[in-house]
Design a protein around this ligand. Structure first.
Ligand SMILES: [Zn+2]
Length: 91
């Protein structure tokens, strides 16, 4: 079991030691898997997560209903879905 990897690394996420064959491995298998899963989910929920949604989320309170509806339509969502998504993302 202990010979699963050549290099002894410390996971940058949970700071546990783990062994890896990859010299540049940064995360233990558990964290690596979790991170990959999270990344896949982000992809699934829409590509324009980071760049496009953040500025909009910041100004959601300042937007008029009409603007929000327009934004929602641009993303192919209903008003309710859009606001839900925004409030979900805010934190
Ligand atoms: Zn880890």
């Amino acid at each position: 079991m202990s010979d699963s990897g050549r290099y002894l690394k410390v996971c940058l996420d949970c700071f546990r030691e783990f062994r890896s064959n990859g010299k540049n491995a940064k995360y233990c298998p558990e964290c690596k898997e979790r991170r990959e899963r999270e990344r896949r989910q982000e992809f699934k929920s829409g590509r324009q997560t980071a760049e496009k949604i953040r500025p909009a989320a910041k100004s959601l309170e300042k937007m008029t209903i009409g603007q929000i509806v327009a934004e929602a339509e641009r993303e192919g969502l209903t008003y309710g879905q859009y606001v839900g998504k925004m409030s979900f993302r805010k934190k």
